[in-house]
Ligand binder design. Structure first.
Ligand SMILES: Cc1cc2nc3c(=O)[nH]c(=O)nc-3n(C[C@H](O)[C@H](O)[C@H](O)COP(=O)(O)OP(=O)(O)OC[C@H]3O[C@@H](n4cnc5c(N)ncnc54)[C@H](O)[C@@H]3O)c2cc1C
Length: 490
């Protein structure tokens, strides 16, 4: 049998691509190397706790009044999910400075900015307008058209600006820019490397679409997507590790580790181009190195999942997110984040926003620290276990000291994920959590505009390493957008 499409990987991008193609009556087969779908979006059980690996912020979904792209696509797919809108609920600590809170809405955040520097509220209003204009321009580009310069002057003005330069030009003070940069860890690029376009596209989701969380565990969400995919005729084979893609003929041959081979007219990969060209396609493809070397593999990191045997109120936890930065100046901060043992991290306490996050009278706390180099690659096998335990130990201590909250004595379960864990789970290069880093001119707009030039006959890419960057929303949207292009739709 010859499939219309074979999809390598059942991550968010791959499943989304599969649903859209199957809905449109294409014969689709997803080959997934693991025994479960979801890739980075998963749930694992330890003792009486069920830990979600991802999905602590669902961007671009919104609610009935704020309809995000993700919501539109899932409703086209007829996948109904329950989400709750989560207002900002963070506490932030910069070393040697007082903590500050970010609570409520973006409007409340703006009021705080005005307290730091008179005039910031007006500049923030300008920023919000620019983010809207950039979003509208982006929507036109996504439809394959070019926005008119006279209608979108600020989009063109800021097209090649880095976020840090644009924010200064809008008039924000350095202190206010620091506040605006707290989200840079979510995007995975410091403000001097992140294009203003990507910064605004992220900000637009925060301001106008609102953050949400799923009412279900990650894995249930993934299984729901797969159920829908199968209902519309899609086929998925688990434990099917693709080791070779033969691109020689019009009909592509896809081979798996267990000796099976499958045929398709077109192959879609939910993994990075770097992995595909290095490991899966043996034939040399023209210009691939040049294109790939212009891209940067995103940050990797360590995530510590803690199951605590006391409820969050009694532990003294009250925020959804606890941030700690060596410095809030992201340009400087990234210098520390090339090596292990730095002091920048985020802690999430899902129970604060979700009653069902863990069993009664318990709390889940997830500590995440990221690195901008492949620091783990040089770790000797016999040092690995000790190193990951030492990192967990020092992050737990730093959390306790920074926020004066005892958690160590309540730890009932602990699981530590390193870049190796992510690499084993997804085969992501360097165990990155962020796909290709959104960096400078390698931004979403340039990626869309150069997409067709970079395409290879019979081969496409979806997911965090394709167009829009990392994130559940971006991966799902990429699957929808790329397959619409393949289907000849706008
Ligand atoms: C700790 C953590 C927290 C996060 N938190 C959030 C968050 O709060 N909000 C948010 O929006 N995003 C978050 N993200 C990011 C988000 O989860 C990812 O960007 C997104 O899930 C990536 O989806 P993807 O389609 O690129 O595929 P991936 O998740 O990378 O999946 C790729 C799939 O391909 C399979 N595969 C790989 N190689 C092969 C092969 N050779 N043959 C067959 N199958 C193969 C893998 O097994 C995997 O299932 C987080 C990520 C991490 C790691």
């Amino acid at each position: 049998m010859v499939y219309d499409y074979i999809i390598v990987g059942a991550g968010m991008g791959g499943i989304s691509a599969g649903i859209n193609l199957a809905i449109n009556n294409k014969k689709v087969l997803i080959l997934e190397k693991n025994s479960l779908p979801g890739g980075l979006v998963s749930t694992f059980k330890k003792g009486r706790f069920e830990f979600d690996t991802s999905g602590y912020d669902i961007y671009n979904y919104g609610d009935k009044e704020h309809i995000g792209e993700l919501q539109k696509i899932l409703s086209k797919y007829k996948v109904n999910i329950e989400t709750d809108i989560v207002p900002f609920n963070y506490i932030v600590k910069e070393e040697k400075k007082d903590t500050f809170k970010v609570k409520g809405s973006f409007e409340e955040f703006i009021v705080d900015l005005e307290d730091i520097k008179f005039g910031s509220a007006m500049q923030a209003t300008t920023l919000a307008k620019i983010t809207k204009e950039i979003r509208w321009a982006m929507d036109i580009i996504l439809k394959g058209d070019i926005p008119k310069e006279e209608d979108y002057p600020r989009f063109y003005k800021y097209l090649d600006y880095m976020a840090s330069d644009a924010l200064l030009e809008i008039g924000f003070s350095k202190e206010v820019i620091k506040r605006l940069s707290i989200w840079w860890l979510d995007v995975g690029s410091p403000l001097n490397k992140l294009s203003f376009i990507d910064f605004c596209l992220f900000l637009e989701k925060l301001i106008f679409k609102k953050n949400a969380i799923f009412d279900t565990k990650n894995l249930d969400f993934c299984l729901k997507l797969i159920k829908r995919y199968q209902k519309v005729g899609g086929k998925i084979n688990y434990n099917s590790w693709v080791v070779n893609i033969d691109m020689e003929d019009n009909i592509k041959l896809v081979e798996t580790k267990d000796g099976h081979s499958y045929k398709a007219k077109h192959v879609i990969c939910d993994v990075s181009r770097r992995l595909v060209f290095k490991d899966l396609i043996k034939k040399e493809i023209k210009d691939v190195n040049r294109l790939e070397n212009a891209r940067t593999i995103g940050a990797n990191g360590v995530v510590i999942y803690l199951g605590l045997n006391k409820n969050y109120q009694d532990l003294g936890l009250e925020y959804y997110k606890y941030y700690k930065f060596t410095t809030l100046d992201s340009t400087n901060n990234i210098k520390y984040m090339n090596s292990l043992g730095h002091n920048t991290w985020i802690a999430y306490v899902p129970n604060v926003v979700n009653n069902n996050a863990s069993p009664k009278n318990t709390t889940i706390l997830v500590l995440k620290q990221i690195y901008f180099s492949d620091v783990f690659n040089n770790v000797a096998i016999n040092e690995y276990e000790k190193l990951k335990n030492d990192i967990a130990d020092s992050l737990i201590s730093d959390f306790e000291e920074t926020y004066k909250i005892d958690i160590r004595e309540y730890i009932e379960e602990i699981a530590i994920s390193t870049p190796f864990t992510v690499e084993r789970l997804t085969s992501n290069v360097n165990g990155t959590m962020y796909g290709y880093m959104l960096k400078g001119y390698d931004n979403a707009i340039h990626r869309i505009l150069s997409y067709e030039d970079e395409e290879i006959e019979g081969l496409s890419f979806v997911g965090a390493s394709s167009i829009f960057g990392s994130g559940i929303d971006n991966a799902i949207i990429s699957g929808f957008y790329i397959t619409n292009k393949l289907l000849g739709r706008k």
